[in-house]
Design a protein around this ligand. Structure first.
Ligand code: PMP
Length: 415
């Protein structure tokens, strides 16, 4: 294997095809999970023999482990441009856990309004739906909304307590105008949350400049392995109230009658943390921050190549916007073929790994596929009866490890 720095682990893995041969695996499912980078793998390898218990261990290895864990928090803050004087990193499993914890910690009342959008991943929808009343910024026919649409929703009464939106769509790669949107929300005193699961591995983020209050991200989409994500939030919020998960490490004193919670960020990290994951996530963040211009140039070329390849496939219908600055992500349908069949044949015959379905964004997919309310209701009834086959699409998504040859291979296979 090629383990030169800058590459991803497993880039040259070969997989069997239906024809009986072996072919290079073409990974076009980066929006779901990216392979680890060689540098992250090395950081993990180096750390494995050196770690021991974290936090209150007195031994040298324990103190080293605690130092690396706390340093990883600082790295994540710097990576997203958060001010360490006001913000904290809480390590969680992933974006889903971060957003669940945040929705819980904001102490919302059932009548509070949370403003969100129709493009959100379920991770940025369900925790808020449970905690408060949702107001949704709708998408137009092209599958996008404007900053003005968000402003209009912000100005409806009652004023929302929270605005939560994704930095980039996991379905279409579309990038909302985050700067204009967050500025308008801040002017109105609304707490701003960004789901950066997709944005963080692809674009530099400056939460201080944007006026973002809280942000969630997942290491496994950003060249680190599974199981480590981050919630970046104001220390003032994290330092008060009960955490979502309770247990050891989150407390200063416990009796049967009383609990004194720890300060931030320990209060939100009950149980032994994933220190190896935090070290991996920090290594991935450091590596990303070293060469944004290089990454952006490569990924913009990939987006253009995806657009050009897919435009030449007869019978292919793209979903969502195909102009403007976007991540290298494309959702599409091929003639009237079932999306699952297209994805399965790309894998079996060509060694190309894509994803098909609804991408954990059912409301957005319903809009992109222009489903009627009756159709959506029918699918819900079928789902309630145990049916799992939903309408959907095929999604190809690329990242640093993707080459222009990979994109060309997709085009050729589809044609
Ligand atoms: N938000 C977005 C935009 C995503 O793409 C994803 C992952 N598909 C998530 C949230 C959830 O991330 P995780 O599964 O790591 O919790």
């Amino acid at each position: 294997p090629d383990t030169s720095p800058g590459r991803l682990v497993g880039e040259d893995v070969r997989v069997p095809t239906a024809g009986g041969g072996l072919t290079r695996y073409v990974d076009l499912d980066a929006a779901a999970t990216s392979s680890s980078s060689v540098r992250v793998a090395r950081a993990v390898q180096e750390f494995l023999p050196r770690y021991s218990s974290v936090h209150r261990g007195a031994g040298a290895k324990s103190r080293y482990t605690s130092a690396r864990y706390e340093a990883a928090r600082e790295t994540v803050l710097a990576f997203v441009g958060a001010d360490p004087a006001t913000h904290e990193t809480v390590f969680v499993r992933n974006t889903t856990e971060a957003l669940n914890a945040l929705a819980f910690r904001l102490g919302l009342e059932p009548d509070d309004v949370v403003l969100t959008t129709a493009v959100e991943h379920h991770a940025n929808l369900l925790p808020w739906r449970r905690a408060a009343r949702l107001r949704v910024v709708e998408v137009g026919a092209g599958g996008t909304f404007t900053a003005e649409d968000v402003v209009a929703a912000l100005d409806q009464r009652p004023t929302p307590r929270v605005l939560t939106l994704t930095g980039a769509s996991n379905v279409t790669g579309w990038l909302p105008d985050l700067a204009a949107i967050t500025a308008a929300a801040r002017e109105r005193g609304v707490f701003v949350v960004v789901d950066a699961a997709q944005l963080a591995p692809h674009r530099p983020i400056d939460v201080t400049a944007l006026g973002v209050d809280a942000l969630a991200l997942s290491g496994h989409k950003a060249y680190a392995p599974f199981g480590a994500g981050a919630l970046v939030a104001p220390r003032s919020l994290l330092g008060r109230g009960e955490p979502l998960l309770v247990g050891g490490g989150a407390v200063r004193a416990v009796s049967f009658d009383d609990v004194v919670w720890a300060g931030a960020p320990d209060r939100d990290e009950a149980g032994s943390p994933n220190v190896v994951g935090a070290v991996a996530l920090a290594a991935a963040a450091e590596e990303l921050a070293e060469d944004w211009p290089g990454l952006l140039a490569h990924e913009r070329a990939l987006t253009a190549a995806l657009d050009a390849e897919l435009a030449t496939v007869p019978g292919l219908r793209r979903l969502g916007p195909v102009t403007g600055d976007r991540l290298p992500v494309a959702a599409f349908l091929l003639d009237d073929l079932p999306h699952g069949l297209v994805a399965a044949r790309l894998s079996a015959e060509f060694g190309i790994g894509v994803r098909s379905g609804c991408f954990c964004a059912h409301p957005y997919m319903a809009r992109l596929l222009e489903l009627s309310e009756e159709q959506v209701r029918a699918f819900h009834d079928a789902a309630r009866a145990g049916e799992v086959r939903l309408p959907g699409a095929v999604r190809a998504s690329a990242n640093r490890g993707t080459t222009l040859d990979d994109v060309a291979a997709l085009g050729a296979a589809l044609r």
